[in-house]
Design a protein around this ligand. Sequence first.
Ligand code: C2E
Ligand code: MG
Ligand code: MG
Length: 400
Amino acid sequence: MTVGEGLVALVVEDHDFQRRTMARMLRSLGAREVLEASDGSQALVLIRDAAPAPVDLVICDLDMPEMDGMELLRHLGQENSPASVIINSGKERALLNSVHKMARAYGVHLLGVIEKPVTRVGLEELIARHQRPNSNLARPSASNPSFSLEQILNGVEEQQFETFFQPKVELNSGRIAGAEALARWRHPEHGLVGPHAFIALLEQGEKIDELTFQMLGKAAEACRNWIERGLELTVSVNLSLVSLSDTTLADRVTQAVRSAGLDPRHMILEITESAAMTEVAPALENLARLRMRGFGLSVDDYGTGFSSLRQLTRVPFTELKIDQGFVAGCAANDSLRTIVESSVQMARRLGIKSVAEGVETQADWDALKAAACELAQGYFIAKPMEGSLFVEFCATHKPR
Ligand code: C2E
Ligand code: MG
Ligand code: MG
């Protein structure tokens, strides 16, 4: 069976010869029907009229007269088109990357970008990613349950929240250096629910501390347990910036961690500046006090939003966590790699550790190692896992 078996495909390309070549290639890959359009508006008409055999796959050029590829992608996203899309263009890499991001942001189901001239193998590879409609690969967030603040707080009170751990590994030696504790809600009906469903609501409702202190206690206990087993590890916990406006926070955090039997030197607090820091002074007081007590401080999601250079000048950070948006794909993308390399260099000059989050492939791992980044975290090493599995992971992990 060929990858394109039975598909209804649409080629959007103003160049006649290229369009016919692509159409032929698609037929030879098994497409049931191949429609052709020479610009975006013709394509939209064909897509809208295609029922009852809707278009499964759109292969589109970017630079076309009348409606260009960018506008077509916008319409497809806004109309919630179920069609999979492949962008085919001879434009420069940086532009293609940017259009890739734009298409995703519009909610287009993008299979990938393929440069001209197209090879059969390259095309096959992308088409193989196509999922038939009604497959269980739902769009992110489409099927995610949403909760009220009250429901979330109830879950916190009922102790339904758990800490999952994701290893942080030294790129040079492959040794496990520690783990980040990530909150998971084991919901009695919905199963395991991730942070996107509750963190922002808890922050907005000024109730995030209820969860934070459970996380701190559980993470500290787990880390104490690792150390007792002879594992020299640190544990990282995410701290919401909103919590930092209360000047009693540092004392309460220290107290919670110590009473779980852990020396603060084994804990790193990760701070993301998700909203503008309104009250700077109390936040700085808390952070200075936490550092003084021995906690490590990490600037999380570095390079995004308000996690910026200015933060580095005023907070005694010990670690810089490069946002996954720069890490994933850095091996193949010059601009990403440049940003990663200079972040690593800056961290080194500031005398703090560099961590890359969102490492998903061997290629990115290799690029980070070449850039002399110190630590890596990501699916390439392991996904976040339950505490008991993490201990097992440490026992069986072989440095790469
Ligand atoms: P974060 O602190 O930046 O954590 C990293 C996120 O990236 C985690 O998502 C992790 O599962 C995900 N991740 C790790 N490696 C990879 C990878 O290779 N590929 C991809 N695509 N993703 C990867 P998660 O667990 O969904 O957490 C999302 C965010 O929620 C966290 O981002 C953090 O800001 C927040 N969060 C999680 N737990 C807590 C908590 O206890 N308190 C607070 N305040 N925030 C939390
Ligand atoms: Mg984090
Ligand atoms: Mg992060």
